[in-house]
Write a protein that binds this ligand. Sequence first.
Ligand code: DI6
Ligand code: FE
Length: 400
Amino acid sequence: MRYDRIWLDGRLATPLSGRPGLAVIEKAAVAARSGRIAFVGPMADLPNGWDAAERVSLDGRWIMPGLIDCHTHLVYAGSRADEFERRLAGASYEEIARAGGGIASTVRATRAANEEQLVAESLPRLDRLLAEGVTAVEVKSGYGLDLESETRLLKAARRLGVQREVSVVATFLGAHALPPGAGDKDKHIDDVCAWISLLKRDGLADAVDAFCEKIAFSPEQTARVLATAKAAGLPVKLHADQLSNLHGAALAARYQALSADHLEYTDEDGVSAMAASGTVAVLLPGAFYVLRESHVPPIEALRRHGVAMALATDCNPGTSPITSLLTVMNMAATLFRLTVDEIIAGVTREAARALGRLAEIGTLEVGKFCDLAIWDIERPAELVYRIGFNPLHARVWHGR
Ligand code: DI6
Ligand code: FE
């Protein structure tokens, strides 16, 4: 067997597709051929007569799957530092949104930016994620809110994946907020539903998301978006039960959503509906932290019902201006009491599942893309335990 590249003498930790926990292999090797994993396991199990165009010795460093940030809004223009100051002075996120700030203020800045400017403003955010070993990222639209601007935003997201060695999943979030100046939410939902098939036809959206919340769209309006997406053949996701319990988790489950995200106010019925539909819980402790939320997602119920838990940055200019998935991993431990194994699975296997990409990424198994994060650490818990420290030694995307 001739490989393109082989990494030798590493310590390997990966979740596996069908099993809980992390598989750990000492004295391990990973080999890539044509961008895919051609061998993974103990060096002693390498096939007789193997050869490789390039060999890399890891001196006992840890090899894990590349990290996956499965929920971001990282393409936008402008800054909301002014609102941050108003919130420090006592204004609430909802008050600011009702007064025309919040998402609407980023929409105004984003509409004023052309595609090049959007890419240029977003690349530094993406680069921070990549520097921590992220090899796949989801990017939502939702700061354009008219067809032309949403299209531009989704094209900018696709271009990020051309300009950097990273897999980009683009999600259409036209039902994020009412466009500035618009008065009728039902009319906006009509528009969003009409745009879905156009974006699907042009290959610009891999999935559809919506924000089901009192300050955004009702369960009925959200259901129209999800039904239209499913009918167009696109998988759905949902911002559910972030600020109040509108039974968004159960609604997402009704449409076999890939994921329901946030879930701070989800109740046990919502969790059991998610378990039945195989919907992943995407937990976003960055937004929880920034909003000083005190209502923790129902972690114990999610565990009890066997719902997969993923973690993501929710990188956005309002509620989660964070570009560090490692910091989010620490927050998930400290704020949500997830275990180290749950957290590592949450940014690899479960994040891949939340994107519908588990067959391709998220674990180190033969046939998947060879996306690796190689760490200068003594044990996996160090990735979660330290704050503001980046022990990435090397990042590999599709075998390179
Ligand atoms: N939930 C959030 O936390 C973000 N969007 C959403 O649906 C907030 C986005 C923003 O404030 O710009
Ligand atoms: Fe979000």
